[in-house]
Structure formats: C-alpha cells, structure tokens
Design a protein. Structure first.
Length: 324
C-alpha cells in the first residue's frame, strides 16, 4: 500500500507539486528524518480520527479497501489538512512494535533454565510501555507455550523458525520500569491515535495486536519515565533490586547517540561489579545486524562476564531463530 504511494509522493516532490510545497523548509535530510513515514502517519491519524471520509475509504485499518485513486486522493487530502501535517512532521516516528515482545518472552524462559526465579526488568526506549507487559502476552512456539495462554496478544508457531527453549519455571518479573526521551501516554486518546497511525494501515494483524496491547497496558499501568536513558539507568542501578536485573532495549540504540551509549555502558559496568550469582545483571538487546536483528546478552554474575548471541529475529519480531 505505502510502496506505491511513496513512489507517487516522490514523483510529486520532484516535480515541485503539493508534496514539495508541504515539505519545504521542514528538513534537509528527509530520508534520515523519516519524513515520508511522518507524512503517511499524519494522514493515517487523520483517517483514524474520522476527519476525512474521502481518504478513509482506502484504509483497511478503518474498513476501507485501497483503490486505484488512492495516491491522488492522498495528494488532494494534503491540501485539506495542512495544520495537522505541520504538527505531525515535528513529531518522532514511534511504533512500539508489539511483535518484538517475543524476545523478552523467550528471555525469561532462558533465564528460568539458568536457575533465575525473579527478575527486575528495565526497558530503554520503551515508548508507550506496551512491551513492558510482555509476560501478559502469549506464544505457541511449536515446541512449547510461553506467557499467558488466554492473552489477546498471541503469537503462533509461524513466528518461530527455530523455537527458543521453554522452561517449566520461567523467571517471574517482580518489578519493571521503562524510559523514553518522549514517552507516549497510553491513557491519552490523542497519543494512542498517534501511536497507531505509524502502523501501516493494510497490516491489519499488526493493528489488532497494537489495539490489544494498548488495552493490556492501560490495565497494567506500568511506569515509563521521561528521561535520558543513561542518567535514568545509572540511578536505578544504584537502588536495591529484587532477583536478577535485566536491562533490555530493541531497535533503539541507533537513536541514542554516543554520549548516551557511553553512559549506559558505564552504568552497566559499574553495576556489574556488584552483581552476584544470586543477583546477576543481564544486558539484553535486540538490535540491527544486517537484514535481521541479533538478540545479544551480556551477563555479569560476580564470577565472570560473558556475552552471547542467543538468536536472530526480524525487525518486527518475526522469524526468530534461536541459536544458543
């Protein structure tokens, strides 16, 4: 849906059309700043908010069907929603992709098999905090079941090319907290609409998972702090914690900058010096490695420091291949 649309938008931009006029002066790096996604997300939000019936008829997310006139209708709609676009182009793209929660689901089982019973969970780049509720989601890996078997957020065996090991006693999350430089308030309908707007409207499975995850997060009310991740993590790692401590992030490292990178590493290294076998520190991350992401863990346990790549996984959580 968006592939053909973006080609048409690029042509209009190159010819000095409405897209060129709309984006004029907004950025010198449109691809780096994800300007096409910001524009598409803004118009999707217009549709989700019921503000443009003519455009909505093309959007499967609201029951429409993409028609031949979609690109032209999109260009026409730009003229009608200049204020919304001006606001939307200033905002970061945030997806809080729910599919990535298969990674923490697998991690608590991996920890359980290592004898860990309780976990304090910290997430960097948590956005709306949807994946802080990962243990209220469920998955059938084809080799076992993880999480809540009655969850409205459910992952079928097709998500797992090589299934992770499943523990009879996965580690239990006893405390959790997230951080984001610009967190989304899931109790604010404007914020949740913006979050949903960045899901491609023809990917209805992702859209339904997002809706279900928002409902679970609203019921769970986990905290996502507004802060820089380095100072936030340093403070939390200097407070008493129960069980093992996991610091997790997914597809966020590239956005943090060198200063924050160094601050996070320094905070982890300092905290790792006081880790024990009973209370290990685990830095778990799902970050890009070519066409897929690596699931990499560094473990401090008071005896040694080890690093392993546990799995590879698609950027939205699909096609997990467990390696460890």
């Amino acid at each position: 849906m968006y592939g053909d649309l973006f080609l048409r938008l690029a042509q209009d931009y190159a010819s000095g059309g409405v897209v060129a006029h709309t984006l004029s002066g907004t950025t010198a790096r449109p691809l780096h700043d994800a300007t096409p996604l910001r524009l598409a997300g803004t118009m999707h939000r217009v549709v989700l908010d019921g503000l443009d019936d003519a455009l909505a008829r093309h959007y499967p997310s609201v029951g429409g069907t993409v028609g031949e006139s979609f690109a032209q209708d999109f260009l026409d709609a730009i003229q009608r929603h200049k204020d919304a676009i001006a606001d939307g182009l200033k905002r970061q793209v945030q997806t809080n992709e729910v599919g990535r929660s298969v990674v923490p689901l697998a991690l608590v089982h991996w920890l359980g098999l290592r004898g860990v019973t309780e976990v304090t969970w910290f997430e960097i780049g948590a956005s709306a905090g949807l994946n802080l509720s990962f243990d209220r989601f469920g998955a059938d890996t084809g080799a076992g079941v993880m999480g809540d078997t009655h969850s409205a957020v459910w992952f079928s065996p097709e998500w797992f090319d090589v299934a992770p090991p499943v523990s009879d006693t996965p580690a239990r999350v006893v405390a959790r907290r997230g951080v984001d430089i610009s967190p989304i308030n899931i109790h604010n309908t404007s914020d949740t609409s913006r979050l949903c707007s960045f899901v491609w409207p023809d990917q209805t499975d992702r859209f339904h998972r997002m809706d279900a995850a928002i409902a679970i997060a609203q019921d769970s009310a986990h905290t996502v702090d507004s802060s820089s991740a380095d100072s936030w993590l340093d403070e939390l790692l200097n407070t008493p914690r129960a069980g093992a401590t996991v610091v997790f992030h997914s597809i966020v490292w590239q956005y943090l900058g060198h200063k924050v990178h160094n601050g996070i590493r320094d905070a982890l290294t300092r905290a790792g010096q006081s880790a024990t076998q009973e209370q290990p520190l685990v830095w778990a991350r799902m970050e890009p490695s070519g066409d897929v992401a690596d699931v990499r863990v560094t473990v401090w346990d008071g005896v040694s420091t080890s690093e392993s790549v546990l799995a590879t996984v698609g950027y939205h959580g699909q096609h997990m291949r467990w390696l460890y």
